[in-house]
Design a protein around this ligand. Structure first.
Ligand SMILES: CC(C)(COP(=O)(O)OP(=O)(O)OC[C@H]1O[C@@H](n2cnc3c(N)ncnc32)[C@H](O)[C@@H]1OP(=O)(O)O)[C@@H](O)C(=O)NCCC(=O)NCCS
Length: 165
């Protein structure tokens, strides 16, 4: 097992994006071709886990978002103010390079995103994720995320809950 400690930091020009190879070609393509444009336009922030050699082992993106109160489970909505939407942060993409799979890095990236979101000065009720398929949704559910009742590929984790985990 690879025990190299990874540093998680914002993506910058010193990181080599060309060799990144996850199980998902669209997620690889996004990192290679599109992410820097999204960062420049401030529609996404990207964080990477890098090895000592500055190789990208995993990445995720965050952006602000909102959840419709009506889409949340009734038990969650009942505890929130009656505004049409609640603020959230969306983790739009998460991928681990295949060379580093199954070593807890996906979980560590999720924990990093939760911590980063929870310590931000701007309030968000939850970290939400767009799962690319059912398998990915299962990964998030394994980590305590709750699927929206009518949109099962959108999941959320209230940050107050995440903080007490
Ligand atoms: C999904 C992905 C991020 C997981 O990364 P990883 O580093 O291999 O996962 P980890 O080693 O951190 O796994 C942590 C835990 O999640 C579990 N897990 C991993 N994939 C899972 C899945 N699809 N369903 C349920 N649980 C899963 C592991 O068994 C492990 O459980 P444990 O902590 O109880 O032992 C990675 O496989 C990946 O990049 N997949 C392709 C892209 C993708 O699907 N992205 C996510 C949604 S857009």
């Amino acid at each position: 097992m690879n025990k190299a400690p990874f540093l998680v930091k914002p993506l910058d020009a010193s990181h080599d994006r060309r060799t990144f190879c996850s199980e998902s070609p669209p997620l690889d393509h996004y990192l290679r071709e599109r992410v820097t444009q999204d960062i420049r336009r401030r529609v996404a922030a990207c964080f990477v886990a890098v090895t000592d050699e500055q190789r990208i082992a995993a990445y995720y993106t965050l952006a602000s978002a909102s959840l419709l109160l009506a889409d949340l489970p009734i038990s969650t909505g009942k505890k929130l103010p009656r505004y049409p939407t609640v603020p959230a942060v969306r983790m739009g993409r998460l991928a681990v390079d295949q060379a580093f799979k199954g070593q807890g890095l996906g979980s560590a990236m999720l924990a990093d995103a939760l911590e980063r979101t929870a310590r931000a000065e701007i309030a968000a009720f939850a970290l939400m994720v767009d799962a690319k398929d059912e398998r990915a949704a299962t990964f998030y559910q394994h980590h305590g995320f709750i699927a929206l009742p009518d949109l099962p590929l959108i999941l959320f984790l209230p940050l107050a809950t995440a903080r007490s985990v």
